[in-house]
Design a protein around this ligand. Sequence first.
Ligand SMILES: [Zn+2]
Length: 361
Amino acid sequence: MVPGMTNHGGHEPVFCTVVPPHVLDKLAQAEDPALARPARRTLQRDAFERTQRRLTTVIGAPAVALAPDAEPDKPQRTVYDARHGTELPGTKVRGEGDEPGKDATVNRAYAGLGATFELFLKAFERNSIDGNGLPLDATVHYEEEYNNAFWNGEQMVFGDGDGEIFLDFTIPIDVIGHELAHGVTQYTANLTYFGQPGALNESMSDVFGSLIKQYTLGQTAAEADWLIGAGLLAPRVTGKALRSMKEPGTAYDDDVLGKDPQPATMDDYVRTGRDNGGVHINSGIPNHAFYLAATALGGHAWERAGRIWYDVLIGGELKSQALFTDFATLTVSAAKSRYGDGSDEFQAVQKAWEQVGVRTL
Ligand SMILES: [Zn+2]
């Protein structure tokens, strides 16, 4: 397939919510109704939105035209306010180039869309999510006590959180980036959202989500926290984020939320039917491989490790059913073709997969 080309042929779309269903299931069982109620409501909403997403895909999403005044190197952002309802997209509150308003949530969503656009353009010469200037839309203040955020295939949607477990979902910029990166995967390798290809899909979003945060903060691989969703958990929760790429399985360990279930290596690979076959669980393994490669190389992670991962994502050889081994093998050959056989990059990538127990062919 041509890099950057749309691939919509017959695949189930990704409906990824930031907070995976297995976490909300656990919360829904909490004894305290103040914790259980928002989780149950969120699960119901997510089920509804997931169905909507399927219908949209079957019928065919409307073609998105580039705004007539769009410049190829500028984002086209629009932020809407759902005013605690569920009608999408809601009322327009900020368009491209508009001054920031009083609502910090609107401003964070606008900035997050911009940061995502910026990384893909500056680091990878990609013009928006589809490579063709796709306008970036986001809706904030979705529903009440809504404990999630998602990309529905056409736009971003953010809840305010219940304030008990989760805070405002526009807070972590890497979460915004994670969701939009699902759009990039959807338009390129279109990894199937189940089992190992699904965990690779999730991992791509964590990798690019983290790179967006690192790029925005100007951090090196050594300086980055490698957390996904830092700042999202309310103070009462014992935990620092949703996931850790540096130390998968250590992001949280909480009475209500349970313990972060992510493995770091194939030795602890989790076989499960939950969470689409563990897409948010086993993504810890490729996440950790990226972390290991990026920190071994040092410097800005988007420059070399990120470039190799991106090369594979858009290169046309990554099949939608790819397993960890397939992806790992492609990253090693991408490192070889871009940087040379025996280069630091080639060695760092090969060693990273070895360390997490994924075989390269
Ligand atoms: Zn995701």
